[in-house]
Design a protein around this ligand. Sequence first.
Ligand code: PLP
Length: 450
Amino acid sequence: MKDTNFLKENNARRLWHPMAHPADSLANPPDIIVEAEGVEIIDIDGHRTVDAVGGLWNVNLGYSCQPVKDAITAQLGRLPYYSIFRGTTNDNVIELAEMLAAFFAPDGLSRAFYTSGGSDGVEVALRLARQYHKIRGEGGRVKFLSLKKGYHGTHTLGASVNGNANFRTQYEPLMPGCFHTPAPYSYRNPFNETDPERLAQLCLAAIEDEIKFQDASTIAAFIMEPVLGAGGVIPPHASFMPGVRALCSKYGILLIADEVITAFGRTGSWSGSRHWGVQPDLLVSAKAITNGYFPFGVVMVADAVADVFERDTTGKGAIGSGYTYSGHPVGAAAAIACLQETERLQVHLNAGARGDQLFAGLQALSARHEVIGDVRGGHGLMCALELVSDRASKAPIDKKTIGKVHRATYEAGVMIRVSGNNIILSPPLVVTEADVTKILAALEAGFSAL
Ligand SMILES: Cc1ncc(COP(=O)(O)O)c(C=O)c1O
């Protein structure tokens, strides 16, 4: 490793950071993280913090998960790469597909298509949805519906169904045929409705209205996160996702669950779809599938959808999607070990209990700090604080003030994530009660610094 002075001097000078303005990275150089242990990260100055971001929603088992590290090391020695494009495969992807089919059986999903990450998975799922309809002779079904506030990665099709202007405006024109409906976001919504259940019904009515307006025979799929994540952790009312499922079934539209962050236990259930009692037609996952240690993703396919492809005799079912790193043997080895550890530790149970502790603590925090306009969570280890400069008008807090909270919380021993006027918390699913107490204490220090 280059020495500390070199690294600090050159920080952000020759690289552009994702989701950051290059000028801002130069003016406020990022923290240089050099080590990690358990649920903590350590920066170049030796400052140790509990990682309440969990990497980026992905390090569910923490940074010291030896079985995943060992699996990666062993696989690098045995077979560091081979492709699974037509004609070849590897032992790991076969074994992993069996494990995933068992894991996702309650979600009605039985086939795996591997990708290198979440954005790739979203792209594949949307493409497969169109293809499914074409194989069945409904080639007019090409449009996609999605939720405002949704995040589906930044590939162009994904950005087109993405519901946040930050990822869209500078990259327009995006793909035609993508339409957005209101999010079940009770703090701010066009219906001025604060009751989550009534809001869910209004959002469902808006979806049905859009389906009728577009004509169902032109719509391929509805893509949604079971709990909107990057858009600010927005859990819908329990009736919402089942309602979307019912509308999709009624109008012959495929339901794609984007579970890049919710699969493998984060919501307190093994999948976000299961959390709401819904079976999607396609499910996208990535991130925690390897505990973040290797870039890897998967699209899981329901039996009925798989049947259409597998029974096709016209050639239309040939899959024209795939990546060099689809089914990477090292990623698959990591995923096998990770899934075994995830199930052995039953992390969804801890996510539920610690998520409740975190949510209750955040609510208490909001009683003491006026800048907290909304507290969201209550479904596992995904929570958000939405900050406002004035509770009555709900005017979003300015960047400088939320930056101050971030800095002071970091100094107090906890890394949090700032996204717009939200603080997003998504710690590893193996955090202890003491870790959550520490997160809350550091946030208290962060807000007290204002
Ligand atoms: C719901 C959702 N979909 C897709 C993505 C994109 O995944 P990736 O960053 O691995 O491409 C993310 C990333 O945070 C996500 O949260």
